[in-house]
Design a binder for this molecule. Structure first.
Ligand SMILES: Nc1ncnc2c1ncn2[C@@H]1O[C@H](COP(=O)(O)OP(=O)(O)OP(=O)(O)O)[C@@H](O)[C@H]1O
Ligand SMILES: [Mg+2]
Length: 263
C-alpha cells in the first residue's frame, strides 16, 4: 500500500532546507514549492522514552491543522507504522513511510524520501540504540530535532550521553543556521524527586525544554485506537492540560519554521 502510493509523490531531498534553497538533488520539487516543508526528527538513543508517542501525536496534530504530515518510521519494530495501520480511515490522513520495510524491498534511498506534494511537515520516528555516526545520519538535514527524556536517573544519564554525541558528532549547531534542538520532558509526575533531578539536568544544558508531558494513560488509550491525544472523545482535565502542552510545543515548532504561509 505504501509502495503503491509513491507514484504521485514528490522527492524531498535529504535536507528540506536544501529544498527550500533550491539546492536539492535531481528529481526534487522545483525551488519555491517546497519552501514550507519542515522536517522534525524525534530521537534519543534510550528506548521507551516516548519517541513514537511524540511522533504520532505530532503527526495527528498537524493532520488536523491541514499540514498533510508524512510520518517516517525508521524503527525495525515498526511501532508507528502499526499505529498508523490501526488509524480509522475517517480521521485526517497521515502519510506513512516504513523505511525499514522499503529497504527490505530494495527501494532506493531517494524513493524512500518521497512524500505527497501537499506534505508540509515530515516527522521522523527513530529507533532506540542510535549512537555516534548513526545519530548524524538521522539528523542530517533536519530543521528541528526533538529529544524526549524521561525523569529517571538512568534516563537522565543516557540522555546526557546522547545529547553529547548529538552535539559533538552530528554536525548539529546551536546557532541561528543550524537545526533547532528541543527537549521534551516526558512522563513527568509533579512534585517528585525524579522530576527535580530532571529539571536540574535540563537547566544545565543550553537546550530549551519545549514541552513537559505528564504521565497519563490517555496516551496509551489514544495509541490503542490509532489516534492522538487530541482525538480522544473524553476530554478529562488531564487531557485538557496535555493539549495545552501540545499547543505550546506546536507554537514553538511553528516559530522555528520558515513557513511563509500557514494553512
Ligand atoms: N506521557 C506518557 N504518559 C504515559 N505513557 C506514556 C507517555 N509517553 C509514552 N508512554 C508509554 O510509554 C511506552 C513507550 O513509549 P514509546 O513507544 O513512545 O517510546 P519509544 O521511545 O518510541 O520506544 P522505543 O525506543 O522502543 O521505540 C508506551 O507504552 C507509551 O504508551
Ligand atoms: Mg518507538
Amino acid at each position: 500500500m505504501l509502495i503503491a502510493a509513491m507514484d504521485q509523490e514528490t522527492t524531498i531531498p535529504k535536507s528540506s532546507r536544501d529544498a527550500a534553497r533550491g539546492t536539492g538533488s535531481a528529481g526534487s520539487a522545483p525551488a519555491g514549492t517546497r519552501r514550507d516543508v519542515q522536517r522534525i526528527v524525534v530521537i534519543n538513543g534510550k528506548g521507551g522514552c516516548g519517541k513514537t508517542t511524540v511522533s504520532t501525536n505530532l503527526a495527528v496534530w498537524y493532520a488536523h491543522e491541514g499540514y498533510a504530515p508524512a510520518l517516517f518510521d525508521h524503527d525495525p519494530q515498526t511501532s508507528s507504522t502499526r499505529w498508523l495501520q490501526g488509524r480509522p480511515a475517517d480521521l485526517p490522513a497521515i502519510h506513512g513511510v516504513s523505511v525499514q520495510e522499503r529497504q527490505s524491498l530494495g527501494v532506493t534511498r531517494s524513493w524512500q524520501l518521497r512524500v505527497p506534494p501537499e506534505t508540509r511537515r515530515i516527522i521522523d520516528d527513530t529507533p532506540a540504540g542510535l549512537a555516534g555516526l548513526d545519530i548524524a545520519d538521522h539528523v542530517q538535514g533536519a530543521d528541528i530535532v526533538l529529544i524526549p527524556v524521561l525523569p529517571s536517573s538512568i534516563d537522565i544519564g543516557a540522555g546526557a550521553d546522547f545529547i553529547r554525541d548529538l552535539l559533538l558528532k552530528s554536525g548539529i549547531r546551536r546557532d541561528r543556521h543550524g537545526a533547532r534542538v528541543g527537549i521534551i520532558a516526558n512522563r513527568i509526575k509533579e512534585h517528585t524527586v525524579a522530576l527535580q533531578s530532571l529539571e536540574r539536568f535540563l537547566q544545565s544544558l543550553r537546550i530549551p525544554v519545549v514541552a513537559r508531558l505528564r504521565d497519563t494513560q490517555s496516551y496509551l488509550h489514544a495509541a490503542e485506537q490509532g489516534q492522538g491525544i487530541n482525538e480522544l472523545r473524553t476530554r478529562s482535565r488531564a487531557v485538557e492540560r496535555e493539549l495545552r502542552a501540545w499547543r505550546s510545543l506546536v507554537n514553538w515548532l511553528d516559530k522555528e519554521s520558515d513557513d511563509p504561509a500557514r494553512p
